[in-house]
Design a binder for this molecule. Structure first.
Ligand code: NAD
Length: 317
């Protein structure tokens, strides 16, 4: 596999998340060509125009789009953000039924126009929809995966960086499992620089405690609810997270990211999509099987898998 020249990403869904992902991709130069597709013609054309009006300032990327599926043709990456969003107080799994229906209809049509693309599922519940979309398309698991806990991991690193008094990029910690209520941090491997998280001395002169870390994990897990309560949607941070995943694929970076492909024998879990540290490249996402979990983390991981299996089963029934 190699860096993709003259690269094209299409973002499906021009709502808050899709438009922000397109905006972030343009600004960061994540792809040479950025396209936006939505069934809502007026909305998508307006978003494309607004974005196009700023391309004097966005380097070599360009933006096209509309409500004709031909927009998606020639894509190397297709990002799915189409579908209903979480209402205040609604869990991601409650969204499952509605968005599963949209996904079942949409995926075969997308695959017809972009058969060789890597598919990134952002629409929630992203893990469950990835299993469904992988089955629907028959794509190899590495070529279709959810953005998963890339966003949650960024939230975690920001919070830890603030408390530890270091930049977000100096925090090495991962949220794994479901993108949702059963997600959890891999604390056993978390470090600030090279220092184990519990040994780090903060600018206040104290250390983080296990209780504080537990609270941070809860805050990160519930962060989306707080943002949705205040402004009706989360969009900027997921837009940036998505752009970052697009870059890792198109630049064949082999970047380690907690994305969520359908797992096959990962710590005893198969047939469920869960976020685990994975190598992301132009070949897609490959879970890192050597990732170590302590006993408690392994238990939480299996619980996350069981919860998602229940949701997936309820969609079949
Ligand atoms: N995975 C994550 O980390 C994460 C983070 C934030 C939001 N989300 C999810 O992203 C999704 C989108 O959220 P939003 O705030 O942008 O919603 P939104 O309502 O603003 O936009 C959704 C868009 O999807 C379009 N759409 C619906 N059916 C379509 C179809 N068949 N083909 C093409 N387009 C279609 C709609 O016209 C609309 O423009 C939601 O499911 C939300 O929960 C995921």
């Amino acid at each position: 596999m190699a860096v993709i020249e003259n690269s094209k990403v299409t973002i499906v869904g021009a709502g808050s998340v899709g438009s922000s992902a397109a905006y972030a991709s343009l600004i960061r130069g994540s792809a040479r060509h950025v396209a936006l597709y939505d069934i809502a013609t007026q909305k998508v054309e307006a978003e494309v125009l607004d974005l196009a009006h700023g391309t004097q300032f966005t380097g070599s990327s360009d933006i096209t789009g509309g409500s004709d599926l031909a927009v998606v043709e020639g894509s190397h990456v297709v990002v799915i953000t189409a579908g209903a969003k979480q209402d205040p107080g609604q869990t991601r799994t409650e969204l499952a039924g509605v968005n599963a229906g949209i996904m079942r209809k949409m995926m075969p049509r997308l695959l017809e126009v972009a058969p060789d693309a890597i598919y990134v599922i952002v629409t929630n519940p992203c893990d469950v929809l990835t299993v469904l979309a992988q089955k629907e398309t028959g794509l190899p698991p590495e070529k279709i995966f959810a953005s998963g806990t890339v966003l949650d991991t960024s939230r975690l690193r920001w919070k830890l960086g603030q408390r530890a008094g270091v930049s977000t990029s100096s925090v090495h910690a991962y949220i794994v499992g479901e993108h949702g209520d059963t997600e959890f941090p891999l604390w056993s491997k978390a470090t600030i620089g090279t220092v184990p998280i519990l040994d780090w001395v903060t600018p206040r002169g104290d250390r983080l405690t296990v209780e504080e870390l537990d609270q941070i994990a809860v805050d990160v897990r519930d962060a989306a609810y707080k943002v949705i309560q205040g402004k009706g949607a989360t969009n900027y941070a997921i837009g940036l997270s998505t752009a970052r995943i697009i870059e890792a694929i198109l630049n064949d970076e082999r970047a380690v990211m907690p994305v969520s492909p359908v797992l096959d024998g990962f710590h005893g879990v198969s047939g469920v999509a869960l976020s685990v540290p994975s190598v992301v490249s132009s070949a897609g996402a490959a879970p890192i099987v050597e990732t170590q979990f302590d006993e408690r983390e392994l238990d939480l991981f299996h619980r996350s898998a069981a919860a998602l299996r229940d949701v997936a089963d309820s969609l079949r029934g």
